[in-house]
Design a protein around this ligand. Structure first.
Ligand code: GDP
Ligand code: MN
Length: 379
């Protein structure tokens, strides 16, 4: 889950990292009011879940409230980097003397966090990393020892901060690390961290949270649930509401599997035989009949889906439950679409019997089943 800038900034503020004054809005008139309240030059920033907004015209300056209104009006409803802008953040414009960079990223190789800092922050950060990697100071953190005050001080000293700024900078970096750990973040970043006459301020903020840890951040979902849904298609949003693990693809063969690995293999096999999967749908382990019914009904209701391939490896999932679910979905929706089922494992006999009775043929080879479903569509 990628938080938007304003959301990440709210978290940063909770953790005591200084951010500019400002507010979020979807209304140009309100943008004018916010600018009036601020009472000076402002920056109007498109809130989209991608970076590089500065270069793409998504970060605009306005000297007056009237200008803020005009800028907000062009940004809202328009597109920046191919993404529709629904809201803007209106903030006081900072007088920036220097742009620094601070980041905490997951390093899967070392199974720990790596803390990054450079004096060359701002919009050219990728170039800095590519051309002058030595300017980026990194530190791999021992998770047991943690990131300590002396580590943070050493790092910000390396990027040229001295005196008061060194103390403030290391304090910010320590807080950033705490956010990373406590929020289960994959990436926590301030770019730029601006050196201003008022000290160091986080002018931009990024916070990407590990989706697998979201269950530990229920309040976050309630607070900023929209971002989470921002990247999803209409159908994916529906599936999520039903609690289905579903990804929309652009083909016409509906796929249901149990287990992410088997479902992926099913997509590949269908593709291999010349078919085009319409989706990824993983039932997970031990799905009862009503859950199977829900999944099958979901695909039956999708007008793009012309045939369905259900691939089940019975372990904790019982084949008879799957069969009941499939049959119930067909009966209750009354939708007839060609179905190919490959099913082996726990309660296989009973499952097959139920399906055969309902006129659904069951295969035991995944390849055969994939070939069958593709040929059903006349390919
Ligand atoms: P990004 O391009 O999506 O990373 O958006 P940023 O929030 O980082 O803004 C891009 C650039 O705009 C920054 O690197 C700054 O140079 C500039 N910028 C953003 N806010 C301010 C501000 O308040 N004052 C000044 N002077 N520049 C700003
Ligand atoms: Mn930035």
């Amino acid at each position: 889950m990628r938080l938007l800038e304003w959301e990440a900034k709210e978290i940063f503020r909770d953790y005591g990292i200084p951010i500019p004054n400002g507010r979020i809005t979807s209304d140009p008139m309100e943008a004018r009011e916010i600018a009036e309240e601020i009472g000076g030059p402002v920056v109007v920033k498109a809130q989209i879940p991608v970076g590089g907004r500065g270069k793409a015209g998504g970060v605009r300056f306005a000297e007056t409230a009237e200008e803020a209104y005009e800028v907000a009006k062009t940004l809202i409803g328009g597109e920046v980097r191919g993404v529709k802008v629904e809201r803007v953040l209106v903030e006081e414009k900072m007088d920036i003397q220097r742009e620094l960079y601070l980041g905490v990223v997951i390093d899967r190789g070392s199974r720990s966090y790596t803390v990054l800092a450079t004096s060359e922050g701002g919009m050219e950060i990728e170039e800095v990393a590519a051309r002058t990697p030595e300017k980026i100071i990194r530190m791999t953190i021992d998770p047991v020892e943690g990131f300590r005050v002396h580590h943070a001080r050493w790092m910000v000293k390396q990027i040229g901060l001295i005196g008061r700024d060194l103390l403030r900078g290391s304090d910010i970096l320590l807080r950033l690390y705490r956010i990373a750990v406590e929020m289960d973040a994959e990436l926590t970043e301030i770019n730029p961290l601006a050196l201003t006459s008022r000290g160091l301020i986080a002018v931009d903020a990024r916070l990407n949270i590990d989706d697998n840890a979201l269950f530990r951040h229920q309040t976050l979902l309630e607070r900023f649930g929209e971002s989470e849904l921002l990247d999803l298609t209409e159908r994916e949003r529906e599936a999520r509401k039903l609690g289905l693990t579903y990804v929309e693809l652009d083909g016409d063969i509906g796929i249901i599997g149990n287990g992410a690995g088997l479902t992926m293999a099913t997509l590949d096999t269908v593709q291999l035989y010349g078919g085009k999967p319409a989706n990824f749908l993983d039932l997970g382990g031990g799905a009862p009949a009503d859950r199977v019914e829900m999944a099958v009904s979901f695909l039956l209701a999708d007008p793009r889906v012309r045939a369905i391939f259900i691939n089940i490896l019975g372990g904790i999932t019982r084949c008879d439950e799957v069969a009941r679910g499939i049959i119930a979905a067909r009966e209750k929706t009354g939708v007839e679409k060609p179905m190919v089922v490959r099913m082996i494992g726990t309660q296989e006999e009973e499952g097959r019997r139920l399906l055969e009775e309902a006129g659904i043929h069951c295969l035991d080879s995944m390849e055969e089943a994939a070939e069958r479903v593709v040929s059903l569509l006349g390919r």
